[in-house]
Design a protein around this ligand. Structure first.
Ligand SMILES: Cc1cc2nc3c(=O)[nH]c(=O)nc-3n(C[C@H](O)[C@H](O)[C@H](O)COP(=O)(O)OP(=O)(O)OC[C@H]3O[C@@H](n4cnc5c(N)ncnc54)[C@H](O)[C@@H]3O)c2cc1C
Length: 475
């Protein structure tokens, strides 16, 4: 190595372009790319086999891109502090940079690592890379400057006018070509998973996003509410592991929105998609400014609410066998592909919290075992939002009627039938009977011993929940 390199520790930012962390590291010299498999990462990957396979594929793809640039990923297993110190000693690097985390546990580890490195005389930089707009940029515009937003509407007002930076010049980042030892790249088996067919990595993410822009972005307003279309961006796992930059995505959509030759419907779709990206940034800044909220509701007044820790139908919810087709289809989609349509997530989560009255944390942790995405701040933020205990202006439980939602968003049952084979040959018109309206129809259907009976009666269960809720908030 000719010059002293600067270490860049990749975490959930497995790409080379439009990369805020690499841009900071490159200010100090050639970048020495490092991936550390520590106990926390191991635990997260071991929780979800699909997540592990996705991560390993993304890390391998990153290594290929680095080799094309004359470098390679240095992989080490162990504690971040010890690893960075020994690599710095071996390479004469004056310090390291990495990208910020947005959940309490990881943020505390980041801070600990920073002080340990600084105590050892090394530079340590933590850089906001995951959000399109960094928390401190939105906070600067807050009425109480420097503090985070607890409600989405005012956050979005500010977010949509804030500039989105670009670090689009990967060629300006030079990577160190080094002869330091590397351990093998992570393999899915290491985390108890089998290799999956899922493709991952920066070029897969780029292709997916380009296809979305070309074919689906202009129809996003429909895709977001019609699960059978399956034409939302499917970028969540890629954004979660940083194989694509949120800034790249937001800038491209803003450009589309500004195009005077777009149709009104197209503009509506672009706006709606940007709102979804702003929700992501909103929950990340919520995690950043309120890091204690992983297990603790953001709303102080809801902290003592007694959610049920079990329910006779909890296993049915877990298995996608509640007898409510939209809820069950969503859960089975998640089980089979590690992803669930956004609208269905809200309905299935609402069912757990209100029809069963079960703790939102149980639902979040259950999905965490199946999702590819690895975003604690987004999972916690969304579950708290559905449960009515999190960040919003309208702080109330979002109780969806699962059968009405199914009729509105999947009237022909196309989505439901895709995931529930038992219903493929049952006429949609009779499904309403499944929810208990028509005992005769229901009897006929259930005698085939096919699809589950409704585990609760929605209306009654929801009212029971509201009675408990009212007694708690206004005793
Ligand atoms: C109960 C519940 C739990 C959720 N858990 C997670 C989770 O663990 N990880 C996760 O990444 N997302 C989570 N979401 C948010 C959202 O449902 C997913 O990001 C979305 O389904 C991903 O599909 P997509 O990439 O096609 O999204 P698109 O609809 O194409 O949206 C584009 C991007 O915007 C972001 N986005 C969209 N909606 C939201 C939202 N409500 N909150 C934050 N970001 C959003 C995502 O990064 C998404 O990739 C959850 C939503 C709910 C209601």
């Amino acid at each position: 190595m000719a010059e002293r390199p600067f270490i860049y520790r990749f975490t959930r930012d497995l790409r080379l372009d439009d990369h805020a962390g690499l841009a900071v590291a490159a200010l100090h010299g050639d970048v020495l790319p490092l991936l550390i498999i520590d106990a926390a990462l191991k635990a997260r990957l071991a929780r979800s086999p699909r997540r592990a396979a996705f991560f390993c594929a993304a890390a391998a793809a990153l290594d290929v891109e680095l080799r094309e640039r004359g470098s390679r990923l240095i992989v080490r297993r162990g504690s971040p502090s010890g690893t960075i110190k020994s690599l710095a000693a071996a390479s004469h690097a004056p310090g390291a940079a990495w990208s910020a985390s947005y959940d309490g546990g990881a943020m505390r580890s980041d801070e600990r690592l920073r002080s340990e490195l600084e105590e050892a005389g090394l530079m340590a930089s933590i850089v906001h890379d995951a959000p399109a707009v960094a928390p401190d940029e939105s906070a600067a515009a807050h009425s109480v400057p420097g503090s985070g937003y607890r409600a989405f509407a005012p956050y979005f007002e500010v977010w949509r006018d804030l500039p989105v930076r670009s670090h689009e010049h990967p060629l300006l980042v030079r990577f160190a070509c080094c002869d330091l030892q590397s351990e093998p790249l992570p393999g899915a088996q290491e985390f108890g998973a089998v290799e999956s067919a899922d493709q991952a990595g920066p070029s897969v993410a780029r292709d997916l996003f380009e296809r979305f822009l070309r074919e689906d972005a202009a129809h996003y307003a429909i895709a977001a509410v019609v699960p059978s279309e399956d034409r939302t961006s499917h970028l969540s796992a890629h954004l979660s592991f940083g194989t694509i930059s949120a800034r790249t995505v937001v800038r491209a959509l803003r450009e589309r929105l500004e195009d005077p030759f777009s149709l009104t419907e197209e503009r509506l779709s672009y706006r709606r998609f940007l709102r979804a990206m702003a929700q992501r940034d909103f929950f990340l800044q919520l995690g950043w400014f309120y890091p204690r909220t992983r297990d603790e509701p953001l709303q102080e007044r809801m902290r003592g609410f007694a959610w049920k820790q079990s329910h006779r139908a909890l296993d049915a919810w877990r298995a996608g066998a509640t007898g409510y087709p939209l809820v069950d289809a969503g859960v089975r989609q998640l089980e089979q592909i590690g992803w669930m349509h956004p609208l269905v997530r809200a309905v299935a989560a609402s069912f757990l919290c209100f029809d069963l009255g079960v703790d939102w944390r149980i639902g979040r942790d259950e999905w965490d075992r199946r999702l590819i995405e690895d975003d604690e701040a987004l999972a916690t933020g969304n579950w708290q939002w559905v449960a009515g205990v999190g960040g919003d202006l309208a702080q109330y439980p979002r109780i969806y009627n699962p059968e009405r939602q199914r009729r509105r968003h999947d009237p022909d049952g196309i989505y439901v039938r895709r995931w529930i084979p038992e219903l493929r040959s049952v006429p949609v018109a009779t499904w309403h009977g499944l929810a208990g309206d028509s005992p005769q129809l229901a009897l006929e259907l259930f005698s085939q011993d096919a699809y589950a009976r409704p585990v609760v009666e929605h209306e009654r269960a929801a009212r029971e929940f509201l009675t408990r809720y009212r007694a708690f908030v206004s005793p």
